[in-house]
Design a protein around this ligand. Structure first.
Ligand SMILES: Nc1ncnc2c1ncn2[C@@H]1O[C@H](COP(=O)(O)OP(=O)(O)OP(=O)(O)O)[C@@H](O)[C@H]1O
Length: 578
């Protein structure tokens, strides 16, 4: 109930249009039934006026004109209800999707660590889509079908209550058989889908792993596995066909009893003079008219079940609390010098294992701190705490003496430039990408930043220069070029604090030198934390901090650390000495 209320809340703002749509639906249903009445009059007029050409023709023409008018009005009502219901549903769905996306944007990285991309995308697309079709065909369609059904049944009883009663009695068993069969068909269809998924899986595995299959001579083994799945798919599909092929005849045979009864008994009433031929014809037409709504109403529960499940999954995400929160009286951080302090910082991703254990570290304004340490030591985690991508469980991180938890998130992140290992470029032009986060900057500023980042030259070699479109993920740019775009982004933002995660992948010597030069320019006069993978970076750093298993175990300059002969010197031997 809560859930339905919540869905309805999204429809509420558009209730006036919805009400108009409902009126249009009622009118449309009424006109559908009215048409049958006029049709009946047409038939009866013909029959009553056999051999009475003069008067009969006039009456006939009037009734025929009536039919045209009814259809004309019906057309208008149809358009109005279709347009308005679609308008309401699409608006509601647009709002749901926007709210969901807005919330997704504000959820912290912890959420994204837990959910995989496919799952999240499926909520925004599939689940929202299911909800949409349920609102259109289910919740709103229900009115329309009910009106037609009620109107049609009413008129049936008016025409001949005895016949109508017979129909009402015979309908439930037919519907029951129909629903039962449909349930089984659905079950088998799901099995067919599962089998198709299995086939796809085998296919995907063996195509991507084709080298392994060949190397181990497993072609026939894989073929057997595939053909087994393929055969099961065949069996499931045939079962499905069997069921759906027998459904129509069974329902038709059952229905034929009803129809034959109506025909026989109705015919008898006509012969006796209790009913006109037009009325009997109208009766049949009504039966056909209401069978549509009955069919779709019987499917409705399934659509609604699916939609409720989808809505549940959507609201589940919307209800997740944003765990990186701003305090109510958060301070707007103005200009900073860029001093960063870690005070006894403890952090874990999941409660059981501490990833950072009592970090104490001060970086003075303008200082370059290189973080080194074995893989998994906690280097990335440490720098992720500075922009509050995660909050530590214990201890605090300070900027210019302010606890970062007391600041507005916007003003905090505004002071930082982040150059990650792998730069994500967004769809759009090269210029848009450099100006990401600083869209108000003019072209000259963008070009200046690109020049400082050693990116200008390669950009000018593109056919449209700065207006060249970058494809998603920037696959059309080389690794070194992408890094220089990221550096240009940071230069343009001009932050006091810089977080650099050097790429591990080796660049060619020329590209390497260009990136290095750009980075050096970027680091000037900024407090920099760099997760260092290059010897040159380490040598240029003011201080090297060595992390191991979440603890700082050594700090000093390159020479000092080498002299002590600790972890740094052995890391140096392995990673950099060549
Ligand atoms: N999102 C996450 N969820 C859970 N555990 C994580 C997450 N990110 C990192 N870890 C774990 O935290 C520890 C520290 O990881 P971190 O990435 O900070 O190390 P690192 O020193 O940067 O390593 P590398 O040099 O390999 O990138 C590792 O044990 C890692 O498995």
């Amino acid at each position: 109930m809560e859930l339905i209320k919540r869905i309805l809340n999204y429809v509420k703002p558009y209730r006036k249009r919805l009400a108009t749509a409902i009126v249009a639906m009622m009118l449309h249903s009424f006109l559908t039934v009215l048409f049958i009445k006029v049709f009946k009059d047409l038939i009866d007029t013909m029959i009553n006026n056999i051999s009475n050409t003069g008067e009969g023709l006039v009456k006939l023409s009037w009734v025929a004109a009536g039919i045209i008018v009814v259809f004309f009005l019906k057309g208008i009502a149809y358009y109005a209800q279709k347009y308005l219901t679609s308008y309401v549903a699409q608006k509601a769905i647009r709002d749901v999707r926007n709210d969901l996306y807005h919330h997704l944007q504000h959820l912290s990285l912890k959420f994204y660590d837990k959910m995989n991309t496919g799952q999240i995308m499926s909520r925004v697309t599939n689940d929202v889509g299911k909800l949409q079709s349920a609102i259109v065909s289910g919740a709103i369609g229900i009115f329309y079908k009910t009106f037609t059904l009620v109107g049609g049944l009413g008129y049936l009883f008016y025409l001949s209550w005895k016949l109508a009663l017979a129909i009402v009695i015979i309908f439930p068993p037919v519907t029951y058989v129909f629903i039962k069969f449909n349930k089984r068909i659905r079950k088998v269809s799901r099995r067919v889908q599962a089998k198709v998924a299995d086939i796809t899986e085998v296919l995907q595995e063996t195509i991507t792993g084709v080298r392994i299959v060949k190397a181990f001579g497993q072609e026939e083994y894989e073929y057997d596995k595939f053909s087994q799945e393929n055969h099961e798919n065949f069996r499931a599909t045939m079962k499905n066909t069997q069921l759906s092929a027998s459904l129509t005849p069974i329902v038709e045979i059952l229905a034929s009893f009803a129809f034959t009864f109506v025909l026989w008994y109705g015919g008898y009433e006509v012969i006796k003079g209790n009913m006109t031929p037009g009325e009997l014809l109208a009766f049949f037409t009504l039966l056909i008219t209401i069978s549509g709504p009955i069919k779709s109403l019987s499917k409705l529960s399934n659509t609604i079940q699916q939609a409720l499940a989808a809505a549940d999954r959507i609201f589940e995400i919307m209800d997740l609390e944003v765990d990186i929160k701003e305090k109510k009286e958060a301070i707007e951080l103005g200009e900073v010098d860029g001093k960063i302090e870690f005070k006894d910082v403890w952090f874990s991703y999941n409660e059981d294992e501490m990833v950072l254990k009592g970090i104490d570290l001060v970086a003075n304004p303008g200082e370059v701190v290189a973080l080194v340490g074995p893989s998994g030591a906690g280097k990335s985690t440490l720098v992720d705490l500075i922009p509050r991508f995660y909050d530590p469980q214990n201890g605090e991180v300070l900027i210019d003496g302010y606890n970062i938890k007391d600041l507005t998130i916007g003003s905090l992140r505004d002071k930082m430039g982040i150059v990650p290992q792998e730069t994500m470029l967004f769809g759009g032009t090269v210029k848009d990408n450099i100006a990401y986060g600083s869209i108000d900057r003019v072209k000259e500023e963008v070009v200046a930043a690109a020049k400082a980042a050693n990116a200008h030259e390669f950009i000018m070699e593109f056919s449209d220069g700065y207006d060249t479109a970058v494809s998603e993920r920037g696959s059309s740019l080389s690794g070194g070029q992408r890094q220089r775009v990221a550096i240009a982004r940071a230069i343009l933002k001009d932050p006091k604090i810089l977080i650099l995660d050097e790429a591990t992948s080796a660049l060619d010597t020329e590209s390497e030198a260009l990136v290095q030069e750009a980075l050096e320019r970027l680091m000037q006069n900024r407090t920099t934390f760099v997760i260092a993978h290059r010897l040159s970076t380490i040598l240029n750093a003011d201080r090297i901090v060595v992390l191991d298993e979440g603890e700082i175990i050594e700090t000093g300059t390159h020479e000092e650390l080498l002299a002590t002969g600790g972890l740094y010197s052995s890391l140096y031997e392995v990673q950099f000495a060549d």
